[in-house]
Design a binder for this molecule. Sequence first.
Ligand SMILES: [Fe+2]
Length: 349
Amino acid sequence: MKTIRALCLGLVPFGLAACDTAENETNQPAADAGFINVYSARHYDEDDLLYDKFEAETGIEVRRIEASGDLLIERVRAEGEVSPADVIITVDAGRLWRAEQADLFQPLESDAVNDAIPARLRDPEGRWVGIAKRARVIVHAPDRVDAADIDTYQDLADPALAGRLCVRSSGNIYNLSLLAGLIERWGAEQAEIWAAGVAANFARPPQGGDTDQIRAVAAGVCDVALVNHYYWVRLATSDKQEDQDVAAATTIIWPDQEGDGTHVNVSGIGVAANAPNAENARRFIEFLVAPAQQTLLARANNEFPASGAPTDNPVLDGIGRPQEEVINVRVYGERQAEAAAIFDRVGWP
Ligand SMILES: [Fe+2]
């Protein structure tokens, strides 16, 4: 497996050929080459194991090009019809939706995919499919807040939490997708009242990433935070004592277990619109949704398999599994603009 880091992003939109491997200069629409170009926003060592396994099973060489989520999408868009991308892997259905809206995917008809992955975790038109699941959860300091008082998303807007809540900025895709899902559940009016209530409870202006929010709870900056579950699991399984201490000082709550279920999003993949090796792309995606790969893929980032495959992750198993919301994850994209407008209006920067 080859990893080609996207250091050439600065060259966009000209001179992209300089970033590509020589073979890509001879793109032929005829038969697939003996390789696949995987554009991935994931950066986990365990993914390399998966790619090695795919190579061993199929003889198809995996060439990975890495960039962060939005840069990855920008790159494929800038490359246009000559893009060597065969598949695009990125995180959050809201971002998969952006790629879909930019016409970066082509539909994939695959019984193997449709049988393995629940319909709510796939684009109904087959342009992308979830390959791992992440929950947006509440983390709190159990010595300062009673779990029963903050076991729903609605509780985060309770005035009792004034000055006690930490969360990252609203421009982050995780927050956009969460609010989009809440708009779908409650309607835009109720969702806006909620967002205003949450913004009124900030302990500090939104800053940092999800891990920073958990650290802030442990440090006493705030009592409650809203984060993706795997950041907490990452701290709990860290080699560093200071990270383990942060996890030990905080507890995860799966929100809305009595109601509509916890907000669950995906990491996902789709066949690139101009994939030179579309058949290899299909084989690669079908490989990733098979049970053994689902378990490995999820374990890499302490996510849950998108299929019904087992987790093989003792720490994750130790915190249980949430009852999930049932709406199709594509809604997180469809309502993204509405969510952004609400965040603007309520003053959640
Ligand atoms: Fe993340």
